[in-house]
Each structure stands twice: as C-alpha cells, then as structure tokens.
Design a protein around this ligand. Structure first.
Ligand code: UDX
Length: 468
C-alpha cells in the first residue's frame, strides 16, 4: 500500500520503517531539512535497536523515502499518518500546532480519497479538530461563489482515524512488529467504513494468527493511549511511595513486589521501585490528561499525586546521599552510571540523572559520569540545563568507560539499569572507588550480597537488608 508518514521523529521513523519492511511503499515527510539529509545519507537521528538495519535495507530498494516536499507527500499516500510532536504547552496541555499544520497541508494538496491517521498522542477530540482543519482548507480551494454544502459533492473525501502507538523506546521495532494490541478508532458512518477497510488491509500481517485489533470509536481510541500510560505511571509511583515507606518500616520492597505481583489481578510488570520515571511519554501524558480533565472541571486527584510522587522520587538518590555525606558536598566526588531515562536509548528527556546531577553539582560535589550511548546527547542537554550556571559543569567529567568513572569517587550512584552495570567485577569496582559505597537507584544488586562483599549499599525500599 502507499503510505505517507508526516514527521520522522521517534514514532514516525519507527512506523515508516516497519511498514516499509512489511512491503508497503512509504514516503516520510519532515520539514527539518537537516534531518532529511541525514536520513537520505544513511544516518539515523535516534538510537533504537534494529532500526538502522531496517531503514537502510528499505531505503536501498526504494521502499522507504525521505523528503521535505509537502505536495509530493500528500500525493503519495492513500493513508497519511500524522506522527509529529505534541510537546507540552506551558500549562501542561498538548500543543497541537504541528498536528493541525499537517492536517492543513493535507487539505491544501489532496486530490483523492485519504485516510488520515492520528498516530501522535493527542487529547480526546483532536480527530475532530484535524477533520475541521482539512475541511477548512478544502473549502478554501472552492471558488467563493460555491456554498459550503458543495464541499460534500465536489471536494475529495477523507476520514480521520485514531491509531495510537504503544512503542517503548529501546524496544520500539519489536513492539511495532509484535504488537500485543492495535487500537483503532474509526467512525461508523460517513467514510468510516472505507477507512476501516483500508486500515484492516494495512494491519492484516499482524492479525494472521489471531486478531489483535481493537476497533472502537475515535474518542475512545484517543483516550485509551492516555489511560494506558497513566495506569503504568500510577503503578510506578505507587510502588515508589511504598518503597519509601518500606525503607522506614523495615520491609523489603522487592519481596513485596513478588508477593503482590503473583496475584494475576495485579501482575508482575511495571512494579519496579526506582528513582522515578522519565521519558517523553509518562510525564507529558499524565500532565496532559490532568489538563484535559481540568478543562472539563474535573480534577484527576490520583494523577496529580502520581506526578508529585514522581517529582519527589527523582530527589530520593540525592536525599540519601545528603543523609550519608551531609548537605555540603564540596570536596566530595561521585561516580554516576547511567544518564538516559532508561536503558537502550540515548533519550535524556525528563531523566532522573538530570535532577541528581543538579543536586550534586549544586551542593559543591564533582561528578564523573558514564552512559553506554547517551554521552553526546547528555553533553547537549546538560549544557542547556546548566546554561545559567555553566561554572558547575566544570566539576563534571564525561568518561568513556564505566570503570574510569569510578576513579577516586567517594561513592557510586546508579541511575539507569543498563545491562553493562548489572554484574560488574565488584573487586575492580572496589579498587577504583575511594570508598566502597553504592547508591543504587534501580535496585540492581542484592543488598545482603553487597554487604557481604564489603560494600555500604543503599537501594530503594531495601534498607532492611542492608547494613548501614
Ligand atoms: C512508555 C510506554 O511503555 C509505551 O507503551 C508508550 O507508548 C510510551 O511510553 P517509554 O517511555 O519508552 O514507553 O518507557 P517505559 O519502558 O515504559 O519506561 C518509562 C519509565 O518508567 C522509565 O524511566 C523507567 O525506568 C520507568 N519504570 C518502568 C520504572 O521506574 N519502574 C517500572 O516498573 C517500569
């Protein structure tokens, strides 16, 4: 099928590449000339396992194209995916300017039937606004003498559907190729049935063994995306809050996690206590849903707490370090493993490492950092974070190896659970560190074992097992 993807960010690029891999003829539009040039010269602007191979294979055989040509992109695809960014506004609501600009362009140039797919995470009701924007452009193309009802007969037809993505960074290709569900919101009347038939055809390869598509109305599909992310964020904040209490009452949050996760009504996933969630989705989507509710005079009390707990949780490591070393950290030196908001990505958006670094450097410490892939992104992001206090960055050192970062540190702090940090040679770690102290923000190690091999160990919600 002929597909256009508008926006070659994280979601657009993965969607475009994977649909090409399935045999579709995919045209990716991005207005960022530099990004398109990078993609056309074989580069990949993001780190995502497996993506580079799929992009280069499909580009080579002409099934995946990148361009800045808006008219050509509209002409190409019968299905037009809108996968542009929806950054939070100042008040936390999703900024739809890029989504609506994409819709207007479609309306301006379309000459035949189009299915427009909202892939970006957008507030409930956005599909109606996308339809409205397209309709306005189509009407503007008619001679002024013709009344708006002429639009129905003469203008090209379209249908807007909602098809939210559930891709995890670091596993996005796998998630796209082996989805546990495909949610599609589609109108029942009007052009809805034609759209449904085309979407059925597009996703047929995923439904061969069993049906994975959940069809629903457009608003419910838009809502489903927010509900899923809000539920996952809630589980994490819930466990983080309990972990902090476990530290006080002398319980082990990992034992509790097993104990409750074995109840099939609860399940094991997304119950890991840590130093807070980050990334491009959870923080933004929780805020946007709260904002949507507020615009309908409803306060989402649970989500407000989820957000607050997470903001506090990003300070948990700093608090533990201050408790151990005192509020004035000048003269102290720390090693920090992990900068990305989670493993297998170089994404630093809302990463807990940024909060910890601000705290350590702000209190006078020096810090040596390591991350297997996020180093150059970290340089960029931290330059911005510390733009008003660049002198603090003089106490920050970027290290090429994780062991190098440990050199002469008073303690090691772990923020991201990269595989390479899971079972280091602890003898070597002890030799490099000035003192054998570890603050583990992702509960990678067993406290009792760490104590046995001579480390002073601080996890999250596990202090009952650790010797202070
Ligand atoms: C998330 C959703 O999982 C995905 O379905 C959606 O489409 C986009 O948002 P992503 O942001 O890539 O994906 O990351 P995810 O793996 O969900 O992790 C988010 C954050 O939660 C990370 O910072 C991670 O460290 C944290 N987390 C996750 C926990 O602290 N505890 C857990 O148990 C799970």
């Amino acid at each position: 099928m002929k597909i256009t993807i508008i926006g070659t960010g994280y979601v657009g690029l993965v969607t475009g590449a994977c649909l090409a891999e399935l045999g579709n003829d995919v045209f990716c539009l991005d207005l960022d000339e530099k990004k398109v040039a990078v993609l056309n010269s074989g580069g990949i602007p993001i780190h995502e396992p497996g993506l580079a191979e799929i992009v280069s294979r499909n580009r080579a055989i002409g099934r995946l194209k990148f361009s800045t040509d808006i008219a050509a992109s509209v002409a190409h695809g019968q299905i037009q995916f809108i996968a542009v960014g929806t950054p939070p506004d100042e008040d936390g609501s999703a900024d739809l300017q890029y989504v609506l600009a994409a819709a207007r362009n479609i309306g301006k140039y379309m000459t035949d039937f189009k299915v427009i797919v909202d892939k970006s995470t957008v507030p409930v009701g956005t599909a109606d606004r996308v339809s409205g924007a397209i309709r306005t452009e189509l009407a503007a193309r008619l001679p002024p003498s013709q009344a708006s009802d002429a639009l129905a007969d003469e203008a090209p037809q379209f249908s807007v559907v909602s098809n939210p993505e559930f891709l995890k960074e670091g596993a996005a290709v796998e998630d796209f190729m082996r989805p546990d569900r495909i949610v599609i919101g589609c109108d029942e009347g009007g052009n809805g049935p034609i759209a449904r038939a085309l979407m059925t055809q597009l996703y047929a390869p995923f439904n061969r063994n069993h049906e994975r598509t959940y069809w629903m109305d457009v608003r419910s599909a838009e809502f489903t995306k927010y509900a899923a992310n809000a539920m996952l964020a809630t589980r994490i904040s819930f466990m983080n809050e309990l972990a902090n209490l476990a530290d006080k009452v002398g319980a082990d949050i990992e034992a509790v996690r097993h104990g409750i996760g074995s109840d099939p009504r609860i399940g094991h996933s997304f119950l890991y206590a840590g130093c807070g969630y980050g990334g491009s989705c959870f923080p933004k989507d929780v805020q946007a849903l709260e904002r949507t509710a507020r615009s309908y005079d409803q306060e989402l009390l649970i989500l407000r707490a989820v957000e607050q707990v997470n903001n506090n949780q990003k300070h948990v490591m700093g608090n533990k370090i201050v408790e151990r070393f005192g509020a004035d950290l000048s003269g102290k030196h720390f090693a920090l493993w992990g900068l990305a908001f989670k493993p297998n990505t170089d994404d630093m958006r809302e990463a807990s490492s940024r909060v910890l670094l601000a705290e350590l450097l702000g209190r006078g410490a020096s810090v040596a950092v390591h991350d297997p892939v996020a180093m150059s992104e970290a340089r960029r992001v931290l330059d911005l974070d510390f733009s008003k206090t660049p002198e603090l960055l003089e106490r920050l050192r970027f290290c090429d190896s994780q062991m190098d970062a440990l050199q002469d540190a008073d303690a090691l702090a772990i923020v991201t659970e990269w595989k390479t940090y899971r079972s280091p040679d602890f003898n070597e770690v002890r030799t490099f560190l000035k003192a054998p102290v570890i603050f583990d923000g992702r509960n990678l190690y067993e406290p009792a074992v760490m104590n046995e091999i001579g480390f002073e160990y601080y996890g999250i919600g596990r202090s009952v097992l650790a010797r202070k």
